[in-house]
Design a protein around this ligand. Structure first.
Ligand code: NAD
Length: 416
């Protein structure tokens, strides 16, 4: 029903001048900014994300909407050199109906990106937020939809089965899914639409021998523990050069203890159990817990694990919790070699004082984003393409406007 309504609403929205679509999105961005406190409060109630951090995510989402409001109207095609007397050009057109399936871990910022790019390019959108934060999703939908004609943006409640039915609906032109790799694969098996899949990561952090161990431990803690490890680009495995192992681990353990003074709950008990299963299996297979490892309901402590080996699930799969698994390596080369041999391809970070190592690393790592000497950050508009198990297509940045449109080639000849 929602897809049918979207199909009916799309043609007139697609024919609306691009500047007017941009203006509508700009007003929607302002409304999200105005309601940021309310959204952050509901988000905290539903997912445990602390209010201030959630508010930052909401404001980031409003910023992304404002950016697409500006970029949409200047998204353009090309003119071509045909015969004299003819005009030839390529023009982007909306794809039609976009289904957006979004996760709970940064739900407003992520939804704003997909929805903003899809709407400003003239698509109608059916958004299904995560069942773990339905009230946040509904509130966002209500705030945004007020700025668009009826049925141009609809928000649908429900879990995976509703998402699967939407993704398989033949009336849908694009399915944009941000979420786990398992779900992305299930969607790919059941949908005939164009797919944008921004899925899980298993990001390595490579720590070279020549860096300040205390600084490197600070980067590791930030990467592994921020948002209780519930970020797609969290540090998931640490390759530590054995030359600085002792001071690095001392510093990392100290930081983990500080983090544990004010722990953030995980989204729910089911997720806390899943994180603990990774840690307990690793311990049973010989890893050692230096700090943490003991859950308290939904609260999972910042945990430092050493002695990890490449066959452990905590090493091969995304844990998505505040866990820093460490493996000692005798050389930078070996770290790069092992880091690259992974199923996922989202992002990676390398900490090194050597320009030669930095250059070797960004070329060798088969991931969408390589960060050198900073676990987070990066310039605005840096839209990476995930690889392999981490998905396909641009999910962010100006290139998302290309994904949400399709190009028509036009040849205008003279009447005979
Ligand atoms: P999820 O895949 O379980 O859920 C995401 C959305 O997909 C939800 O709306 C859910 O209802 C829906 N869904 C679930 N099963 C479905 C199915 N069979 N068919 C269609 N839709 C279905 O993911 P999650 O647990 O909400 O989010 C955490 C995951 O998201 C982590 O793996 C994280 O790395 C990933 N993530 C990736 C990015 C990125 O940009 N790559 C960003 C944020 C989160």
């Amino acid at each position: 029903m929602s897809v049918r309504n979207a199909r009916e609403a799309q043609p007139s929205w697609g024919a609306t001048p691009a500047a007017e679509r941009g203006a509508a999105l700009s007003a929607a961005a302002a409304a999200v900014r105005d309601r940021a406190d309310e959204l952050a409060k509901v988000l905290e109630e539903e997912t445990g994300r602390p209010f201030e951090s959630g508010r930052e995510g909401v404001l980031a989402g409003a910023g992304t909407l404002a950016q697409y409001a500006e970029l949409g109207p200047v998204h353009r095609g090309r003119s071509l050199h045909g015969s004299a007397g003819a005009a030839d050009f390529m023009i982007p057109e909306p794809r039609g109906v976009v289904v957006a399936l979004t996760p709970w871990n940064d739900p407003v910022a992520i939804a704003c990106g997909l929805l903003g790019a899809a709407l400003v390019t003239g698509n109608a959108v059916v958004h299904k937020p995560s069942e773990r934060c339905p009230r946040t999703g509904r509130l966002l939908g209500e705030v945004l939809a007020a700025h668009f004609p009826p049925d141009v943006l609809q928000t649908v409640d429900g879990g995976g089965e509703v998402g699967a039915a939407l993704a398989a609906d033949p009336g849908v032109d694009v399915v944009a899914h941000v979420g786990s790799t398992a779900t992305g694969r299930a969607i790919a098996g059941g949908s005939r639409a164009k797919l944008l899949l921004e899925n899980g990561g298993n990001d390595p952090l490579v720590v070279d021998a020549d860096v300040d161990p205390a600084w490197a431990a600070g980067q590791a803690a930030l990467g592994a523990f921020t948002n209780a490890g519930q970020l797609c680009t969290s540090v998931e495995r640490i390759y530590l050069h054995e030359a600085i192992a002792v001071p690095f681990l001392d510093a990392l353990c100290g930081l983990a203890r500080e983090w544990n003074a004010d722990p953030q709950p995980l989204v729910d008990q089911r997720h806390a159990d899943a994180v603990h299963a990774h840690v307990s299996e690793a311990v049973a297979a010989g890893a050692e817990v230096l700090v943490g490892g003991e859950p308290d309901g939904r609260h999972y402590p910042a945990t430092v694990l050493t002695g990890c080996t490449p066959d452990m699930r905590v090493w091969t799969q995304e844990t998505f919790g505040p866990v820093a698994p460490v493996r000692l390596v005798p050389s930078f080369e070996q770290a790069l070699h092992e880091a690259a041999a992974d199923e996922y391809g989202l992002a990676a970070t390398v900490l090194t004082a050597s320009m030669a190592h930095a250059q070797r690393a960004w070329r060798a790592l088969p991931v969408g984003t390589v960060k050198v000497n900073a676990v987070f950050g990066g310039a605005p508009g840096g839209a990476a393409q995930p690889r392999r198990a981490s998905g396909t297509g641009y999910g962010y940045g100006p290139e998302l406007l290309d994904e949400m449109t399709t190009t028509k080639v036009v040849h205008l000849g003279q009447p005979g």
